[in-house]
Design a protein around this ligand. Structure first.
Ligand code: AMP
Length: 142
């Protein structure tokens, strides 16, 4: 199982926001798409960061509700960790666990081709475990 299997099931959409977006604008994007993180893009379309709901919560906790007017680049993570479409599920689970984050943008041949969350990974793992259990039952039953 690889990241490609996750993208085959969920598609290639990558939700992004522009660097000057405010925290409030980003919260509306997260709420509209029912997601927990977005990619932040520079004017030229290059990725300059990733912003998760945790970054926004921390900024509001530190500076109060008026922080919703701050630019997202004041609290996003600039050092974005990516994965490759060919990476195995175990490789990305290790990356997420070590890095203590739940989201990974997906690259293929130097281009951004998807965005996955820990929820997508767990869903695929459960489906695989159920298939394995069914196979084992059939094998035992002869
Ligand atoms: P998360 O658990 O994904 O909501 O994010 C926890 C923290 O990790 C936040 O500060 C995010 O900005 C950061 N983060 C999330 N995903 C990544 C990633 N792929 N690369 C680097 N930082 C990330």
């Amino acid at each position: 199982m690889s990241v490609a299997d996750i993208l085959a099931a969920k598609g290639n959409e990558v939700i992004s926001v522009a660097e000057p977006s405010t925290l409030h604008e980003v919260t509306t994007v997260l709420a509209k798409h029912k997601i927990g993180a977005v990619i932040v893009l520079e004017d030229n379309g290059d990725v300059c960061g990733i912003a998760s709901e945790r970054d926004i919560v921390r900024q509001i906790a530190a500076n109060g509700p008026e922080a919703l007017g701050d630019r997202i680049d004041s609290c996003m993570t600039r050092n974005v960790i990516f994965c490759e479409k060919r990476d195995s599920i175990d490789t990305i689970l290790e990356k997420m666990t070590k890095g203590r984050f739940r989201h990974l943008p997906v690259m293929e041949d130097g281009s951004l081709v998807g965005f996955i969350s820990i929820g997508d990974v767990v869903k695929l793992k459960i489906a695989q475990t159920e298939r394995d259990a069914e196979e084992l039952k059939r094998y035992i039953a002869g």
